[in-house]
Design a protein around this ligand. Structure first.
Ligand SMILES: [Zn+2]
Length: 344
C-alpha cells in the first residue's frame, strides 16, 4: 500500500509538471484528489489493514495528498503570473506613437461673415443692436409703416404665434425698438444682425429661416449722399476696391425714397456673364431714407431728423462671394461643406 501511494505521488507530480493550461491542471486535480480518486480509494481500504499500520498509512496518504495539492497550487500561480506577464507585454502602450489629431470646430460660415460685416460697420462708427426673434406685430409691421391690412404685408408671409405675436420677418423691428429707446433724440447709428423667419417653401434660393443685417442712421441733416457713401465704402471693403456700386429706384414701405444697390460683377468686370445674367451688375441689398411716418412713430420730429436704413442677407452675400449654389447648404450641417470655410 505504501508503494502504491508513492507511485501515485510520482505519477501525479509528473502530470502536474506536464500540464500546459488551467484545464489540464484542473483535470489532474479531479483525477487524483477527487472523491473518486485513487488516494480516496486507498484511504477507504484502510479498514482492512492491521490496526498498527493504519495511522502510518493514513499519515502517508495525507502527506501525498498535501504534496500533490501544493504542487497544483504552485503550478496554478505560475500559470497566472505567466498569463499576466504575457498580457502586459501585449498591451504595452507605445508612448512614442503620434497621437490622433482632435477634431476642432470653428465658427459657421454665416457667423464668420456676419462678424466680418459687423467689423466693417463698427469701423465706420456703428454699434450693434439686437432684439427678440418672437416679435409683436406692432414692432414687426405697424411701427414700420405697415398698418394692419397693408398690401405690402403680403410680401412677407409670416409665422404667427398669436394674433399679435409672430416670428419676426426681418430685423427692422430692432431699428424701431432702438429709435424708441432714444426718445426722439439722435444720433442713432446701429447695425442689427440676426435670424428672421418667413413662410416660404425651401428651395435653392429660399429658406423659412435665414439671417439679415440691417443698418440705421438717424440724425440731423442725414442725406441720401451719406447713404451712398456708407454703402460704397462697405461694397469696396467687402467685395474689393475695384467694385462699382449702382443705386436703382425701388419700393419699401419703411423708406422713401427706396433703392436697390447693385455692385459691378466680379466675374466679368461689367461685360455681362451668366453670374450677372448679362447685365454686368449684381443686386446686393435694399436701402432708402427712413420714411417720415416711421420716424414720427418712433418719437422723432421728421422736420428735424432724417435718416437712412439698409438691409442685406448674409446668405446671399456668402453665395456671391464663394460661388455657393444652394442656400440649404448653410443649414444642413454637412462638415464637408462647412470645413471649406474654416480659417486657418
Ligand atoms: Zn458678370
Amino acid at each position: 500500500m505504501q508503494e502504491r501511494l508513492v507511485e501515485l505521488k510520482t505519477e501525479a507530480l509528473e502530470k502536474v509538471a506536464q500540464a500546459e493550461d488551467a484545464k489540464a491542471l484542473q483535470d489532474v486535480k479531479v483525477q487524483y484528489l477527487g472523491k473518486k480518486g485513487p488516494i480516496t480509494e486507498v484511504l477507504r481500504g484502510m479498514g482492512k489493514l492491521p490496526k498498527e499500520e493504519r495511522p502510518v498509512i493514513g499519515q502517508m496518504a495525507n502527506d501525498v495528498r498535501e504534496e500533490i495539492s501544493t504542487a497544483i497550487d504552485e503550478k496554478q500561480t505560475k500559470m497566472e503570473e505567466a498569463a499576466l506577464e504575457k498580457q502586459l507585454q501585449e498591451e504595452t502602450i507605445d508612448v512614442t506613437l503620434p497621437g490622433r489629431p482632435a477634431q476642432t470646430g470653428g465658427p459657421h460660415l454665416l457667423t464668420s461673415l456676419i462678424e466680418e460685416i459687423e467689423d466693417l460697420f463698427i469701423g465706420m462708427g456703428f454699434e450693434i443692436a439686437e432684439g427678440p426673434e418672437v416679435e409683436v406685430d406692432y414692432y414687426n409691421f405697424e411701427a414700420l409703416n405697415l398698418p394692419k391690412g397693408h398690401p405690402a404685408r403680403d410680401m412677407q408671409d409670416s409665422f404667427y404665434i398669436t394674433e399679435e405675436m409672430l416670428m419676426r420677418t426681418h430685423t427692422s423691428p430692432v431699428q424701431a425698438r432702438t429709435m424708441e429707446q432714444h426718445k426722439g433724440k439722435g444720433p442713432v447709428k446701429v447695425i442689427c444682425p440676426g435670424k428672421v423667419y418667413r413662410r416660404d417653401t425651401d428651395d435653392a434660393t429660399h429658406s423659412h429661416q435665414f439671417t439679415q443685417i440691417e443698418g440705421l442712421l438717424v440724425d440731423k441733416h442725414v442725406r441720401m449722399s451719406d447713404l451712398k457713401g456708407v454703402l460704397n465704402a462697405f461694397a469696396k471693403q467687402m467685395f474689393g476696391e475695384e467694385r462699382e456700386i449702382r443705386l436703382r429706384p425701388s419700393f419699401f414701405p419703411f423708406t422713401e425714397p427706396s433703392v436697390e444697390m447693385d455692385i459691378s460683377c466680379k466675374m466679368c468686370g461689367g461685360e455681362g456673364c451668366s453670374v450677372c445674367k448679362g447685365t454686368g451688375w449684381i443686386e446686393i441689398l435694399g436701402a432708402g431714407m427712413v420714411h417720415p411716418n416711421v420716424l414720427e412713430m418712433a418719437g422723432y420730429d421728421p422736420n428735424e431728423y432724417t435718416g437712412f436704413a439698409f438691409g442685406m442677407g448674409p446668405e446671399r452675400i456668402a453665395m456671391l462671394k464663394y460661388g455657393i449654389d444652394d442656400i440649404r447648404h448653410f443649414y444642413t450641417n454637412d462638415v464637408r461643406f462647412l470645413n471649406q470655410f474654416h480659417k486657418a
